[in-house]
Design a protein around this ligand. Structure first.
Ligand code: ZN
Length: 196
């Protein structure tokens, strides 16, 4: 009896101390775990949030957005090789959209010609290169270029031209840009155009 009691007591002490140690260990382990858990769950959370707000129409340089009314806009090109707008927001509710270009300068078409050409951003370089090859006779746009969504005539100072195109052409496969295809001008004379 005495031996059994002693063994029981010893077992109890061992069990208690083991229990005590374990609970102390688990508490100690739980503390860093608890600190790590929120750290790992909060870290990935901001990542999907950050890229989201950016996409909508990045304006080119400090040029303002075009003023749009009645499914149309009028923009200007000048003798300093500049458009007066950096982006065009086409209302998605419009069936067709018209861009009118006023050349507010005085220089002739051969020296400072401007047009407005619309294509996807990824097609722009090819449209410009083929337009230069095509030459001034076709307004620096290759005849029948399927990459071109819209194009106006090439004009000189004091002249006005316009182009009308279906808005549906901007509703897939973008982003789209508008630019002047006169040699060298598209580096500066360009902006984003999108149906919104
Ligand atoms: Zn130009």
């Amino acid at each position: 009896m005495h031996l059994k009691t002693a063994l029981l007591a010893a077992a109890c002490v061992l069990a208690l101390s083991a229990c005590g140690e374990r609970s102390a260990d688990t508490t100690a382990d739980a503390m860093p775990d608890a600190n790590q858990a929120p750290a790992t769950t909060t870290a990935p959370a901001p990542e999907p949030v950050a890229p989201a707000p950016e996409p909508p129409a990045p304006a080119t340089g400090d040029q303002p957005a075009a003023t749009v009314a009645d499914c149309a806009t009028t923009i200007e090109g000048n003798d300093a090789m500049q458009f007066n707008v950096g982006s065009i927001a086409v209302p998605a509710s419009c069936t067709e959209f018209t861009i009118t270009l006023n050349h507010t300068g005085k220089l002739a078409e051969l020296a400072m010609g401007h047009n407005v050409v619309v294509s996807s951003e990824s097609d722009m370089a090819g449209v410009v290169a083929d337009g230069i090859t095509a030459g001034v006779d076709t307004g620096y746009v290759k005849a029948g270029d399927a990459r071109v969504v819209a194009q106006t005539e090439l004009i000189g100072g004091g002249e006005t031209t316009s182009a009308t195109f279906p808005v549906s052409k901007l509703q897939s496969g973008g982003p789209y840009v508008f630019f002047c295809s006169f040699p060298g001008h598209s580096a500066i004379m360009k902006g984003m155009i999108s149906a919104q």
